[in-house]
Design a binder for this molecule. Structure first.
Ligand code: GLN
Length: 201
């Protein structure tokens, strides 16, 4: 059984750990480089990306996280976690890991739809995935090695924006499966343990 870490600096890491234990895997809170070294994969939860970035900087976690993820550790970032994994935002600079080649638009859905629910058609999933968006980001621009797994359309412009992407060992989504309890993204993360190259294990 893999040991699944949840970055526990800020945000709803407890809900993710509940899902992990419902799946029969073991989960632990990760706050230090030593705790990070023990886990086989990691979830970066939703919350507030600037707070996660500030605390990760203060706890000396930025470089250890980058190293583990670049060495192949599977990681799932949800909402604020997606922003934290990304390379830049359309707004002001904030601490980001830069392990996923995407430009993120924070709070992209604007006032009217700050929170809403939708069903997403996800590449490779056999039925739509319920998705709760809470002051959610979308991806404005994806790099070459980034696979777009699902998009939503912007009611204003009609443009489609990625809300679920994957690049090798890095999965990022704009929504909150820990609230709908659809476990397929968590299962995808677990399936990557041992199947993508993780040099440090
Ligand atoms: N709006 C938050 C941010 O920009 C993300 C919201 C969330 O994680 N639900 O960091």
């Amino acid at each position: 059984m893999p040991l699944v870490g949840a970055l526990a600096l800020q945000g709803d890491f407890r809900e993710h750990l509940t899902m992990i234990s419902d799946l029969g895997a073991e989960g632990v809170e990760v706050r230090t480089p030593e705790e990070l070294a023990d886990v086989d994969c990691l979830i970066v939860p939703g919350g507030e990306s600037t707070a996660i970035g500030r605390l990760a900087t203060r706890y000396g976690m930025m470089d250890p996280l980058r190293q583990r993820i670049r060495a192949g550790m599977p990681v799932l970032g949800t909402c604020a976690g997606m922003i934290f994994l990304g390379s830049s935002t359309t707004g002001r600079a904030q601490p980001q890991l830069g392990v996923l080649d995407v430009v993120v638009e924070r709070n992209a859905f604007g006032r009217q739809q700050e929170s809403f629910e939708a069903y997403l058609d996800v590449k490779g999933f056999d039925r739509p995935m319920p998705a709760v968006f809470i002051r959610a980001p979308w991806i404005e621009k994806v790099g070459e090695d980034v696979d777009v797994m699902a998009t939503v359309s912007d009611p204003t412009s009609g443009r489609e924006f990625p809300v679920f992407v994957r690049s090798g060992n890095v999965i990022a989504i704009s929504f909150h499966p820990e609230l709908t309890r659809d476990a397929r993204v968590h299962e995808l993360l677990l399936s990557l343990v041992g199947s993508v190259n993780d040099e440090e294990r």
